[in-house]
Design a protein around this ligand. Structure first.
Ligand code: DA2
Length: 288
């Protein structure tokens, strides 16, 4: 099992994450809080109330977890393709796998990384939704003092299963969309690369960026439900489960609720995934 794909996935994921975290924080707040009029209102209020650091709340755990999550995603994807087609990453340029095998390998990576991601993503969302200013006064102390305190509080107040709240929605969000993610990336690379050659850096950037956009657009409906399920349990349970969350969100806010954060998901997805794939390909070529 080639290890370099796991390490390349780790480093490339961290590069992408830092680039995209501010977009992600604004998106999560729009999806789970009704106090903002829109993207600009959320950005202005966050900056005014919490300074620029407000956009980086909840990033420490994802930085730690992206190592695990992205290395599982890219490592499982590449090794599933190896199992399905008996070709390594480099050999696939000369013997391209079918899109069916790429989709299966992407879904497999997406499913397994979702389980690794679930507790870290929950803590990220809980911390991102703390809107108290940095200079805290006694009356507005945030509920969680940081990621470790957040994890301990959830374990104490909601039990171990509390750390996996929203994980079904996360699995349904990531499994099919990551199959699409890799199919889009490979398809665009082949479209603009001469047979048997490695894609240029520009091709990798564009293909990675559009793969991120395509996957996040289709992931947004379950992304909204996932974030709401993760916030459920903070002040008692509002939803009886994922289906109840979908039904009551639709009843109260209409079909538009499932597209909350789509603009931000897309705006964030291009640079994050362009950088992720460029560093991934660069690292694998470095090690070849
Ligand atoms: C639609 N989904 C969930 C994805 N495309 N996930 C894979 C991309 C992950 C990347 N670190 C990012 O955060 O965009």
């Amino acid at each position: 099992m080639p290890v370099e794909e796991f390490v390349a996935g780790w480093i490339s994921g961290a590069v992408g994450l830092v680039l995209g975290h501010p977009f992600d924080t604004v998106k999560v707040r729009l999806q789970t809080q009704s106090t903002y009029q829109g993207i600009v209102d959320c950005v202005v209020k966050t900056y005014r109330h919490e300074s620029v650091l407000g956009f980086f709340k909840g990033m420490s755990f994802p930085i730690a977890s992206v190592a695990l999550v992205n290395s599982v995603l890219f490592g499982v994807y590449s090794n599933t393709l190896l199992a399905l087609t008996a070709t390594s990453h480099q050999e696939r340029r000369a013997q391209p796998p079918s899109y069916t095998n790429i989709f299966i390998a992407g879904c497999t990576g997406g499913l397994l990384q979702a389980y690794c991601l679930a507790p870290f993503d929950l803590i990220k969302v809980r911390l991102q939704n703390q809107t108290e200013p940095r200079m805290q006064i006694a009356s507005s102390m945030p509920r969680y003092r940081g990621p470790v305190h957040c994890a301990a509080s959830i374990l104490r107040e909601e039990g171990p299963q509390g750390l996996f709240r929203g994980s079904w929605a996360l699995v349904l969000r990531d499994t099919p969309t990551l199959g699409m993610y890799f199919v889009t990336y490979e398809g665009l690379c082949r479209q603009y690369t001469p047979e048997g050659q490695n894609p240029s850096s520009a091709t990798v950037l564009v293909a990675g960026g559009f793969a991120g956009i395509a996957s996040w657009i289709t992931a947004t409906p379950f992304d909204v439900i996932k974030s709401r399920m993760q916030m459920d349990g903070l002040k008692g349970r509002k939803y009886g489960g994922m289906l109840d969350c979908m039904a009551s969100s639709f009843r109260q806010e209409g079909i538009g609720v499932f597209f909350k954060g789509m603009t931000l998901n897309s705006a964030r997805a291009f640079p994050v995934n362009a950088a992720t794939f460029l560093s991934y390909e660069y690292l694998l070529r470095l090690w070849r």
